[in-house]
Design a protein around this ligand. Structure first.
Ligand code: HEM
Length: 161
């Protein structure tokens, strides 16, 4: 019995802790402050990490300034931001955990097919957090909530790359 209790603790310990309702609401309210800045967010990611831009056939080898105002750029920026908005809207409710897992696993396997690396997902995360810290009301509690949310989801996505 004791053995199973310890085993259960180990298994639970290996699974990321879900966001509390308070953490989810910090992530949701800060995301609301920037989620209309789709183009700006993707441009910040590409500016910080040109190797990410280079993976897009339609943007590779082009000046960021020359593609930033195109319809193709807006379309892709909206896809990424909408994906994040969908996952963020589901967070904070344990009954949505399976849906989040399915979305994020699929994101990973779709990007595996494109040759995207775990290191590039890490770059994306760094650029996103940097953008957030400069554009939303930021503090230790908001940073901690975002880090937990990104630890939980990025680990699933990267496992499917
Ligand atoms: C980190 C490096 C990444 C690279 C190099 C990358 C690259 C790409 C490429 C080349 C496409 C196809 C674009 C097209 O066919 O027009 C794509 C699609 C997409 N990406 Fe990414 N991506 C990255 C990270 C992410 C992340 C972190 C997210 C979500 C937060 C994301 C969300 C999407 C979505 C929603 C699509 C459109 C749906 C699909 O085709 O799968 N991407 N990505």
């Amino acid at each position: 019995m004791k053995f199973f209790a310890v085993l259960a603790l180990c298994v639970v310990g290996a699974i990321a802790a879900p966001l509390t309702a308070d953490e989810a609401s910090l992530v949701q309210s800060s995301w609301k402050q920037v989620s209309h800045n789709e183009v700006d967010i993707l441009a910040a990611v590409f500016a910080a990490y040109p190797d990410i831009q280079a993976k897009f056939p339609q943007f590779a080898g082009k000046d960021l300034a020359s593609v930033k105002d195109t319809a193709a750029f807006a379309t892709h920026a909206t896809r990424i931001v909408s994906f994040l908005s969908e996952v963020i809207a589901l967070s904070g409710n344990p009954s949505n955990a399976a849906a989040v897992g399915a979305l994020v696993s699929k994101l990973g396997s779709d990007h595996h097919a494109r040759g995207v690396s775990a290191a590039q997902f890490g770059e994306f995360r760094t650029a996103l957090v940097s953008y957030l810290s400069n554009h939303v009301s930021w503090g230790d509690n908001v940073a901690a909530a975002w880090n937990k949310a990104l630890d939980n989801t990025m680990s699933i996505a990267v496992a499917h790359l």
